[in-house]
Design a binder for this molecule. Structure first.
Ligand code: UDP
Length: 151
């Protein structure tokens, strides 16, 4: 099973979409293994988005992420990184297809509601950055017997 880091960004919290976003991930069958609300420091924001340092949108992105609380989560499932990225849709909400979270609920490239790790390596780095080991819960999800055909 794979784990991925998901964050409901300040616009998602402000617009009251935390429950909607969590519900979509739950309905897909992903398992929630960690969750907390965080007021993001500038240092954490810069470390999280280090790959974008120097890009024109970077200062605005750091301002945005630190402007209101976010909800940080870890979700687990088969190919969880790709499954979450598909559920989110492409970065620009205005261009994202209906049916995706961004396509249905966002209209902007910056204010796009939610972050999901873009690779297994990024997921590992981001989970380590945002969570202590003892915040990641190991629990048996009984739904999985009816979610994955294990033959
Ligand atoms: N972003 C932005 N302007 C851009 C590109 C990205 O404000 O032109 C923001 C947006 O919030 C995006 C984040 O920077 O989610 C990280 O960009 P990335 O290309 O990694 O997109 P993602 O993986 O979040 O779809």
């Amino acid at each position: 099973m794979e784990r991925t880091f998901v964050m409901v960004k300040p616009d998602g919290v402000q617009r009251g979409l935390v429950g909607e976003i969590i519900a979509r991930l739950e309905r897909k069958g992903l398992k929630l293994v960690a969750l907390k609300m965080v007021r993001v420091s500038e240092e954490l924001a810069r470390r999280h988005y280090a790959a974008h340092e120097g890009k024109p949108f970077f200062p605005g992105l750091i301002r945005f992420i630190t402007s209101a609380p976010v909800v940080a989560m870890v979700w687990e499932g088969r190919e969880a990184v790709a499954v979450v990225r598909n559920l989110l849709g492409p970065t620009d909400g205005a261009k994202a297809a209906p049916g995706t979270i961004r396509g249905d609920l966002a209209n902007d490239i910056g204010f796009n509601l939610v972050h999901g790790s873009d690779s297994v390596e990024s997921a590992r780095r981001e989970i380590d950055l945002w969570f202590r080991q003892d915040e990641l819960l190991d629990w048996e999800n009984h739904r999985e017997a009816w979610l994955y055909d294990r033959g």
